[in-house]
Design a protein around this ligand. Structure first.
Ligand SMILES: O=C(O)CCC(=O)C(=O)O
Length: 274
């Protein structure tokens, strides 16, 4: 259970660090499985694209920058399945969202390589997986210690209260906010230890700097939502997620076929639920 002070902190600032959610032993197993996934299935690339990169890195740093990523870790590892469905985490999220029902939407690895781990521009997560409203929390499971040197998360304090913002979008770039209007320096650093989980709202503006440390900075983002908050586009659209708290509410006009696929007009349901 979170304290009322923790819930109030999240509602005021749009982020919250939970310490020691996973024990050292659990993190050791999650780390081993992560290494296996990184070596076997993950994508090793240069990081998110866009004109912001020249403001965040020198040309030589940009040329070397590495991001290792993979979606849905819980499809590859039982330890990760147990991590993303951890009841205490689901309860904490249900408490903040003030809901009896919580669904996992996705999980994704962001591993920044030693000395060259790519930065992330300031952005909200909503443009990557737009939802009807704000009943959605991302949880960052820290597998390594993350600090200023290794590129910890940075949040624009209270920015979730701004609602959905217009991002710079394009066919060959990931959405980001204008660098002059949203400088990384204006944000609050949230260093965290391996085993900590940092929660943030779908609309909280955030980013992170280059990993300049000689060690990995690996974290896994798990998206949790109230199933009544219907997705409008983007990653994992139309795919029912795992229920980690309560039961799936029946949405008018949305049915499930005999094979478990959703049928019906989700957009219309979004309008009704909204
Ligand atoms: O891993 C990072 O440093 C940034 C993560 C991020 O921006 C996100 O998960 O949306």
């Amino acid at each position: 259970m979170l304290t009322q002070a923790q819930v109030d902190f999240f509602n005021e600032h749009g982020f919250l660090r939970l310490e020691n959610v996973f024990s050292a032993q659990e993190i050791s197993k999650l780390s081993d499985d992560l290494q296996y996934m990184m070596d076997t299935f993950a994508h090793w690339e240069g990081g998110w694209r866009g004109s912001w990169r020249k403001d965040y890195m020198e040309a030589e740093e940009d040329a070397k920058a590495v991001l290792v990523h993979i979606h849905e870790l819980h499809h590859y590892s039982a330890a990760w399945m147990q991590a993303v469905t951890r009841p205490a985490l689901a309860d904490a999220i249900g408490q903040i969202l003030d809901t009896d029902a919580v669904e996992v939407h996705h999980s994704t690895l962001h591993a920044k390589a030693p000395s060259a781990g790519t930065p992330f521009p300031m952005h909200q997560d909503d443009p990557f997986y737009p939802h009807t409203d704000g009943r959605y929390i991302d949880a960052l499971v820290h597998v390594d210690n993350a600090d200023e040197e290794s590129g910890c998360l940075k949040f624009l304090d209270g920015s979730h209260k701004l609602g959905k913002l217009q991002h710079i979008m394009g066919p060959d770039i990931e959405p980001f906010l204008p660098v002059e209007q949203y400088p990384l320096e204006d944000s609050v650093s949230v260093p965290a230890k391996a085993g900590d989980v940092v929660l943030f709202h779908l609309w909280t503006v955030h980013g992170s700097a280059l990993n300049r440390a000689k060690r990995w900075r690996r974290l896994v983002r798990v998206g949790y939502r109230d199933p009544r908050n219907i997705q409008l586009g983007g990653a994992a659209l139309g795919r029912p997620g795992l229920m980690v708290k309560g039961v799936r509410p029946k949405l008018e006009g949305v049915t499930v076929d005999v094979y478990g696929n959703w049928q019906g007009n989700l957009a219309a349901a979004a309008v009704r639920e909204g």
